[in-house]
Structures are given as C-alpha cells and as structure tokens.
Ligand binder design. Structure first.
Ligand code: NAP
Ligand code: ZN
Ligand code: ZN
Length: 353
C-alpha cells in the first residue's frame, strides 16, 4: 500500500479536514500519479453532503485531477514517469458492454467506477478522489494533458470541460448553430468558451446580473439576466441547443420556449429535486426535446483536452490552499465562484497526530 494524504468529509454536516489513508500498490497496468491540482466541482458538495445518498465516510472528493506520473506498472504501455496527466470522473468501467465498446464508458451498463464514491475493483474498498496527494489509476483511464496549458487551469476541464463538450459534440454544434447556456459557474463558463470556440453563437442565461460582463468576455454574444421578460420574448424560438448547468430546481419551461424547431434542452446540472415539468404543448408545438447528458467518454475527454490545447482554452480559476476548501464550498453555494476553485495540493498538511 502507498500512504496518501487527503481532504476528507467525515460526515454530511461537518467541515472537511485532512485525513491519512492508503492507495493500492500499483498493479501491472496501473499508473501512480502525484496530484498537483484538483478542481472543486459542485458534484463534490452534493456528494459529501449526502444529497445523492449512498456515501461512506470518510470520503475524499475530487474528480478534476492533474498531476505527474511518478510510477508505472511493468505492463503499462501508454505512460512514462514524468508525464503530465489528468484523471476525470471515472477510474474504470466493465469495458465489454455496448456503451463501453462504443467509447461511452460513462454509460457502462454495470455502472462506471467513480473516481470517488465508487468501489475499487482491485480492492473492494471505496474509491477516494483527487483532493489528495497521490492516486493509482489503471492506465486506460488516464488522460494526456497538453503541456502548453497552465496545469492548474486545466484541472476543471476533466469534469466541467468534458461535461459540456460532450453535449456540444453530440448535438453537432458548430458555425451557424445557436447555443444557450444556463448558469455561469464551473460548467457554464466552460460551456460558453467551448461553444464559442466551436463557432456557435452563444446566449447566456444567468441569475447573477454581476456576471454579464464576464459572460461576454467568455464568448457570449448575448446575455439574459433572470427576470428580463422582454429579453426572453425576444429570444423565443431561436436556439438549437440549451445546456442547463443549474444545480437547483427552476423554471425549465421558460427555457424551452427559447428553442427553435427540433431544438433540445439538455440538462447537465443535477438538481436534487425535480424541476416542474413543462406543458405538453411546449414540446409539441416545435418538436422540442428535453434531454440529459453525463460527463463524457475517455476518448471524447482526450479529444476535448487536445482541442483545448490547440485553441489555448483553460478554465478561469481561483487557486486555493487545501485549508480553504470549506470556505470555497460556502462560496459555491452562493454562486460566488469565478469560475472554478482549484486546490493546490502542495499546500496540504498532515493532520495533527
Ligand atoms: P457551480 O459552479 O456552483 O455553478 C452552478 C451555477 O448555476 C451557479 O454559478 C449559478 O449561475 C447557477 N445557479 C445556482 N443555483 C441557482 C439557483 N438556485 N437558481 C438559478 N441559478 C442557480 O456548479 P457546477 O460545478 O458548474 O455544477 C453545476 C451542476 O452540474 C451541479 O448540479 C453538478 O452536480 C452538476 N454536474 C453534472 C455533471 C454531469 O455529468 N451531468 C457533471 C458535473 C457536474 P448564475 O449565477 O449564472 O445563475
Ligand atoms: Zn464534476
Ligand atoms: Zn461497460
């Protein structure tokens, strides 16, 4: 076993704090990574606070991991010691089912192995995430990080980036398409950057008037602040795809009316409670669709990282010390994130003995 240090939740209500634990000894096809940076995703907060159920404590969250390879098993072919790599939301899947064979490991029929909150196949123990000093991952679930990008600002691409990239690609977004992005947090700000880089015209819907200028800087052509009924009317029947990143229940009917014929509203935000269902005629009148999307596959994640490397795209981040994680969670709940917190793991200190 390999000693590791993490930032763990010990129960649903209390603060996170330092915790000593162990990683498995690398097997023949495993890669050991020294973690440099890990982003803070809203899913980390949902999970450790028990909002999604099924959690065992202590739990180290974190699935936006960037680090350096420090050891490889004897049969590893893809990675060498010293390479800059990433790990996202999954560390394994069955690899044989139809979705896995199609490169859609996130939809594995047996369930993918979450980077945290899952069960490690090799040991049967709970998986522990990236708010930690080191991680051991099977080589096929490790991603190549472009060396030309700031590694701290790359970390959020491993979840926020791929979760918005995947629907943009699935719904074939490019020049001539109009994309709406709802919520400018970690996911939303990446959706704006990626959709704009793919050549789409982007309209942002935000509940924060203070984010209008930032939304334009990120690449939005238009911004609608919640409550602006005239702007909502003016944008009716215009959008091909809306990516909704909001983490709380809200009025999706109003959003759906912005879709043109055959447009799709894709939920990526995970509200713990259901949204009120839009009226049937809102769908029928323009053959609109309501959909959802879960992160992205491994090959698609590499495609996104390579695209970001080629276009110089990273997240806008606030780099924080390990001791500031609890404060970051409180700010995230107030939608006060510009636009992703990233933990510098070099600042993680061992718990008092
Ligand atoms: P985040 O950084 O907290 O951003 C969420 C944004 O939604 C906020 O910045 C805010 O933007 C808006 N918002 C929040 N509460 C709201 C409310 N009550 N009413 C209206 N708007 C509100 O969160 P994130 O990390 O981007 O994650 C967003 C959601 O996606 C979470 O539920 C997370 O669990 C989920 N997620 C899903 C996947 C997937 O695979 N589908 C992957 C990762 C995360 P404005 O200030 O602009 O309104
Ligand atoms: Zn995430
Ligand atoms: Zn599978």
């Amino acid at each position: 076993m390999i000693p590791a240090l993490g930032i763990a939740a010990f129960d649903a209500a209390g603060p996170l704090g330092p915790w000593r634990f162990e990683r498995r000894t690398p097997g023949p096809r495993d890669v050991q990574i020294q973690i440099l940076f890990c982003g803070i995703c809203h899913s980390d907060l949902h999970t450790v606070r028990g909002e999604w159920g099924g959690i065992t404590y202590p739990q180290v969250p974190g699935h936006e991991i960037v680090g350096r390879v420090v050891a490889v098993g004897p049969d590893v072919r893809k990675w060498r010691v010293g390479e800059l790599v990433g790990v996202g939301c999954m560390v394994d899947s069955c690899r044989t089912c139809e979705p896995c064979q199609a490169g859609l490991e996130q939809y594995c029929t047996e369930g993918n192995t979450g980077t945290y909150g899952g069960v490690e196949k090799e040991t049967g123990r709970p998986t522990q995430g990236g708010y930690s000093t080191t991680i051991v991952v099977t080589e096929d679930f490790v991603l190549r990080v472009p060396e030309n990008l700031d590694p701290a600002a790359v970390a959020p691409l491993l979840c926020a980036g791929i979760t918005t990239w995947s629907p943009l690609r699935h719904w074939k977004i490019g020049p001539g398409k109009r994309v709406g992005v709802v919520g400018i947090g970690g996911l939303g700000h990446m959706a704006v950057k990626l959709a704009a880089a793919l050549g789409a015209e982007v309209t942002v819907l935000t509940s924060s008037a203070s984010k209008v200028a930032d939304a334009r800087r990120l690449g939005a052509h238009d911004v609608i602040v919640a409550g602006d009924a005239a702007a909502m009317r003016a944008h009716r029947n215009t959008l091909d795809l809306i990516i909704d990143t909001v983490s709380a229940p809200h009025d999706i009917e109003a959003e759906m009316r912005l879709l043109r014929l055959d447009g799709t509203l894709c939920l990526v935000g995970v509200s713990p409670e259901a949204h009120p269902m839009p009226a049937a005629f809102t769908f029928i009148g323009k053959r609109r669709a309501l959909a959802g999307s879960l992160i992205g596959g491994i090959a698609e994640t590499q495609e996104m990282l390579d695209f970001c490397g080629a276009h110089g795209i990273t997240a806008d981040i606030e780099r924080i010390a390990a001791a500031d994680v609890n404060q970051a969670y409180e700010r995230m709940l107030r939608s006060d994130v510009k636009y992703r917190f990233v933990i510098d793991l070099a600042t993680l200190e061992a718990p008092a003995a």
